[in-house]
Write a protein that binds this ligand. Sequence first.
Ligand SMILES: Nc1nc2c(ncn2[C@@H]2O[C@H](COP(=O)(O)OP(=O)(O)OP(=O)(O)O)[C@@H](O)[C@H]2O)c(=O)[nH]1
Ligand SMILES: [Mg+2]
Length: 178
Amino acid sequence: MNEYKILFTGTMGAGKTSAIGAVSETPPIVTDVVNNDQSHTKERTTVGLDFGQFTLDNGDRIRLFGTPGQSRFDFLWKILSKNALGMVILADNSRPDPLADLRVYLEGFADDLARMPAAIGIGRLAAHPSPSLDDYIEELARHDLVLPVLDVDVRRRDDVILLIDTLLAQLEAGLSEE
Ligand SMILES: Nc1nc2c(ncn2[C@@H]2O[C@H](COP(=O)(O)OP(=O)(O)OP(=O)(O)O)[C@@H](O)[C@H]2O)c(=O)[nH]1
Ligand SMILES: [Mg+2]
């Protein structure tokens, strides 16, 4: 049995807590409090971490960690990414400048992204079609990254599992090269 630690990160309200809650087999550990951040209207926001886990059909266990979205907690990013085997970066396409949001995480996690697989999940794309998936791919290319970019609804279990499978497929491809 293998255990994989996967980190979920991305901007405030992109859905890190929702995504982990959508797939966790155990009640997710959530550290949300009432949101006083004026930059976002959401009711609650994460101030510590999210944690959830689930088991794949082959018995491998996935441990999911989520970061707080607010940048004042970015000191936690390094701690939470330690020993992670892969990373999911979530974006919210309804925000004023989602590509700028993504850049914060591409730059903040540059060291990690150089050594671990990642997948990008774009939320609320149907209602907010711009920027497009191609625009995200171009933004990644400007950071010398080639990563899968998926249209996801973090509230849907299947979408979150697809993101995780995309990471695992990259890990497996990497392992078979060795
Ligand atoms: N209507 C709608 N709501 C969505 C969609 N995607 C996500 N949401 C909602 O957006 C909210 C996301 O909130 P969280 O999961 O707390 O986001 P987070 O990334 O953990 O936020 P922070 O911890 O504050 O950084 C939830 O209320 C979701 O139900 C969508 O496509 N449509
Ligand atoms: Mg959260």
